[in-house]
Write a protein of this length. Sequence first.
Length: 231
Amino acid sequence: MQNVLDSLAGRAMVIGVDRLDYSKGLAQRMDAFERFLALYPDWRGKVTYLQITPKSRSEIQEYADMERTISEAAGRINGTYGEVAWTPIRYVNRAYSRSVLAGLYRSARAALVTPLRDGMNLVAKEYIAAQDADDPGVLILSRFAGAAAELTAALLVNPYDPEAVAISISHALSMPLEERRSRHDALFRLISENDLKSWGELFLAALTKDADLPLWHEHLGLSPMLNRGLA
C-alpha cells in the first residue's frame, strides 16, 4: 500500500472499488472523469483516479466485452491526457485484502461510488469508516444507490450526467477542510448509529409490524412503496 502512495508523488487520489457489472456505471464514470480533465485543466498532473475492478463472470461474453470496453476507455483517456510522469487513470483488475483497501480508502481524497442502480452499496460506508476524521476525504455518491437515502451529507450525483459528476469531483478535491470535516462527521455518526445490530432490529420489527414505517424508511433507505408492502 505504501508503494502506491509513494508512486502518487504527492498527487491527490480519487478511488473507485466495484466488481465488474453493468449496474456499477463504470463506463459512465470513465466518461465523467474524462469530462473532469477537460473542464478543469488545472488538475491535470495533480490527481490520479484509481479504479479497482476485480473480474466478474469473465467466462460470459457480455462481461468480457464490458471489461474490454472499460479498459479501452481508460487507455484512451490516458493516451489523450497522460504525460511521461503522470497516468490519469490506473485501472486494476484484481482483488485486494480488506486491510489494503482500508488503507487506500483512507488515503483517497475522494471516492466515486456511482452505480446506475444498486442496493445498499457497502463500499460507500466502508469509505466513510476508513477516513481520518481530522482530514477526511469526500464521498461522491449516486442518487440511485440505496445508501443515498441515508448518506445525504455526501455529494449526491446523477451517474448518467457526466458533467455533473465532473463538477462534483472538482468540488470534492477543492473542498475546504472545515466542510469536509462537517460532512464526514454527519456521515460517520449515521453509520455508527445504524450499525448491523440496529439495522437487523429495525428490519425484524418492520416485518412484525412493530416498527414505525417512516422511521424504517429513514434509517434503511428503502422506498415508501416497499414500506407499504411490509405493512
